[in-house]
Write a protein that binds this ligand. Structure first.
Ligand code: ADP
Length: 486
């Protein structure tokens, strides 16, 4: 049985800021159901402890120690048994008992390098303590990439990890974990890693680079994004290195966790529905309008939803520039989002101008997210880049038609609807410009008015299969291909 240690900085249902949590919450189960032995390693954050209080998800599992900053540091271990696999928490309150995972609205925590360095090292120590000797260490994004630097530098002579291979998955290349040179000694790594062929990146230390350099295989979360990041436009300065590693770089599309995202079973929404019996969707729409305090009228005006981090990546500036044009169409817009204060302000001001047509909720709200996927007719994702994107896959499952910019995983999962052949599942635009966005919304509007065509389109959307099964098979094939090649 192949043994996989999955090191991630967030996972549903314990902690979440974005798509990584959905992946780290679902992929381990899909791997385990195919016979892999999987252990997931996560920090024990304050939100995790709070969830634990109500759900009793974990129990203590002793403690371990590691060399850290010139002394020995003890940390707690907790474990939670999930269906087919287990989750192991690193409990170190100085680092993780804080309001946010990575920071607050005021910015990132200044000691993030140290926090996640400690997490990466402690995860490896926890494996040793429990004699869990992984065939594969699978790390995700900069927060867990340092595990691979430790494996190579601190544990290279350690028989325990001999023969362990590694995978690094890039969920978003733009977040790199950049720190001053001194971080290397602070986290117990040799200063000679400050070299352009190692972790140095334009005068700073890049944790993400450790993942790309030291992993046996590198993946990203869609085939298109895996090609895009090898170009200067999307490469964030790392495209040269990614081209250099192109032989071990591949794209594996994320999936949808059907136990969380299924309109036939969803406990968050006002009525349940299936591809064959879609009446419930109307109830969900009325409930959504009510939740946002928008009028419910005879005319059944289309609702376009968004659930998104409010970040430059997500193309909200393109949307903001398109708002006046959008409201000339008969359309209602509802947005759930959190993030960049200037974007929050800009959207809130626009909402005040058109309270009859525009609803906005600033914050993170899992239930409301489900209501938006279910109750909207259209779902807008104008991203400037999108490694995979889960929200278009969720909306498709809920029969809500995505209008997306053709980039990364959006390009791979959404096909423009063709009214002639009735093929396709959404609407796409290429140029990152308000007019292009408006063009796609108008094309969608035309089909919306043709009830029979719209019904075909919704049928196509709900029939899309984005289960984790296929992706889990791809990961297992990848793992088997690198077994024993650290
Ligand atoms: P990213 O990871 O770049 O934010 P993804 O599309 O991969 O984008 O994943 C986003 C995930 O986070 C989805 O599960 C989405 O529903 C969720 N999400 C984003 N913003 C919010 C929010 N404000 N409230 C609730 N869920 C959110």
């Amino acid at each position: 049985m192949i043994k996989i240690a999955f090191i991630a900085s967030e996972a549903v249902p314990f902690s979440k800021t974005g798509g990584l949590a959905d992946v780290a919450g679902a992929l381990p189960r899909a791997l385990a159901s195919r016979g892999a032995e999987v252990r997931v390693f996560l920090p024990f954050y304050r939100v995790t402890r709070e969830a634990d209080r109500t759900l009793s998800l974990s129990k203590t599992a002793g403690a371990a120690e590691t060399d850290w900053r010139g002394g020995r540091v003890r940390f707690g271990l907790r474990v939670s048994h999930q269906r087919g696999y287990s989750v192991h928490f690193i409990e170190q309150d100085d680092y993780f008992d804080r309001e946010g995972l990575y920071g607050t609205s005021a910015g990132d925590y200044p000691d993030n390098g140290e926090r996640f360095g400690f997490f990466c090292l402690a995860a490896l120590e926890a494996m040793r303590k429990d004699s869990f000797r992984p065939d594969i260490v699978h790390t995700h994004d900069w927060q867990s990439a340092l595990s691979l630097a430790y494996l190579r530098n601190r544990f290279s002579e350690d028989a325990f990890f001999k023969g362990t291979s590694s995978v690094f998955t890039i969920h978003n290349l733009a977040y790199q974990g950049l720190f001053p040179r001194e971080i290397l000694s602070a986290v117990g790594l040799p200063d000679n890693l400050f070299h352009h062929e190692e972790m140095e990146f334009y005068g700073r230390v890049s944790f993400l680079k450790a993942g790309i350099l030291y992993a046996s295989a590198v993946t990203t979360v869609s085939p298109t994004y895996s090609r895009e990041i090898q170009t200067p436009e999307f490469g964030c300065g790392l495209d040269g290195l990614l081209r250099h590693r192109s032989e071990v770089l591949s794209g594996i599309l994320n999936g949808v966790d059907a136990s969380e995202w299924d309109p036939a079973k969803d406990r968050h929404i006002a009525a349940r529905y299936t591809p064959d019996k879609r009446e419930g969707k109307k109830t969900c729409k009325a409930d959504l309008l009510k939740t946002f305090g928008l009028p419910i009228d005879e005319e059944d005006i289309p609702v376009m939803g968004m659930v998104t981090r409010l970040a430059a990546q997500k193309g909200l500036d393109i949307l903001a520039d398109a708002l006046d044009g959008l409201f000339e169409e008969k359309l209602r817009l509802v947005i759930l989002g959190q993030g960049d204060p200037s974007l929050e302000r800009r959207l809130a001001e626009a909402q005040k101008r058109r309270p009859d047509a525009f609803g906005i909720r600033l914050g993170f709200d899992e239930t409301l997210a489900h209501k938006i996927y279910a109750g909207s007719d259209l779902f807008l994702i104008p991203s400037r880049y999108e490694p995979c994107g889960l929200t278009q896959m969720y909306s498709l499952k809920y029969g809500t038609i995505p209008v997306v910019r053709a980039t990364g995983g959006l390009e791979d999962t959404v096909q423009e609807f063709d009214p002639e052949t009735r093929r396709g599942n959404g609407f796409k635009f290429r140029e990152a410009a308000p007019d292009a966005l408006l063009g796609a919304v108008r094309r969608a509007g035309k089909i919306l008015r043709r009830k029979d065509l719209w019904a075909s389109l919704v049928g196509n959307a709900m029939a899309c299969d984005f289960s984790w099964d296929r992706s889990a098979e791809d990961y297992l094939r990848l793992y088997r291909g690198i077994l024993g090649s650290p």
